[in-house]
Structure formats: C-alpha cells, structure tokens
Design a protein. Structure first.
Length: 150
C-alpha cells in the first residue's frame, strides 16, 4: 500500500501522462476539426481527472494538511488559487476544442495548462508530501483526498 505522499506523487504522474496523451492526439492528428475532436476525446478524461483531483484536495485534503500543519495556510491558499487558474485554462481549452480550433491554438492552450500544472505540482510535492505521509488516515480517506485517480 502506498503512503499518502507516494499516492499523491502517483496521481500527479498519471495526470502528467494524461496531458501527454492529449498533446499527442493534437500533434499526431490532422489540423482543424479532426485535431479538435481528438483533443475532445482525451480532454474529457484528462480535464475530468484533473478537476476531480483538485476538487478533492479543496474539499478534503487541505483540511487534513491544515489540521496537521496550520502554518501551511499560505501554501494552501496559493494551491487553491492555482486550482482556480487551472479551471479557467481547462475551460478555455474545452471551448477551443469544441469550436474546432486549429492545431496551433490547441497546442498553445495545452502549453499554458502544462506550465501552470507542472509548477503547481512541484510546489505541492515540495510542501505537502511529507505532511501527507505523517497523516494517519484510513485508505478510504486517502482516496477522498486525492480524487478519482487515487
């Protein structure tokens, strides 16, 4: 059984991989509507997984973190701001994909999501993995804390 911190790292890896698949779908597909349709297919899974992960963190994980380490309130506030920014970026990507945006535009959206997501994940991993490993929580709680990929 993975520790909560290791499980968080695994979820982040799976989300990075899912973003890579979405990018490949755009890069390997034709331009225009075909690339947009391929991205829609991958985005449904990727966008839902990333959003579910962040909503679980907001609803459950951050309360566990703050109960263990109240001094991390500024870190949690920054992570929540990142979640909001990523929600906006995902919405823009989904709108672009639905509207039949060309390959270049879709890749720019993915680049923006990847940049924010990667910075967010690294910061979260640096600040929270140790705290999560110190939290003695039942397995079911760990799944609630990390979302659908946990």
């Amino acid at each position: 059984m993975l520790s909560p911190g290791a499980r968080s790292l695994e979820v982040h890896k799976r989300l990075r991989d899912a973003l890579g698949l979405a990018r490949s779908a755009v890069e390997d597909g034709a331009s225009g509507p075909t690339a947009a349709r391929d991205l829609q297919l991958y985005c449904v899974g990727f966008c839902a997984a990333l959003t579910g992960h962040h909503r679980s963190e907001d609803a459950t994980l951050f309360d566990v973190v703050l109960a263990a380490e109240p001094d991390l309130a500024p870190v949690v506030a920054e992570l929540k701001r990142d979640h909001s920014m990523l929600d906006q970026l995902l919405g823009e990507l989904e709108r672009a994909a639905r509207s039949g945006a060309d390959q270049g535009e879709l890749l720019r959206h993915l680049d923006g999501i990847e940049a924010v997501m990667e910075t967010h994940f690294r910061f979260e991993e640096k600040k929270l993995v140790g705290v999560l490993d110190g939290a003695d929580r039942p397995e079911a709680d760990r799944q609630k804390m990390l979302g659908p990929l946990a």
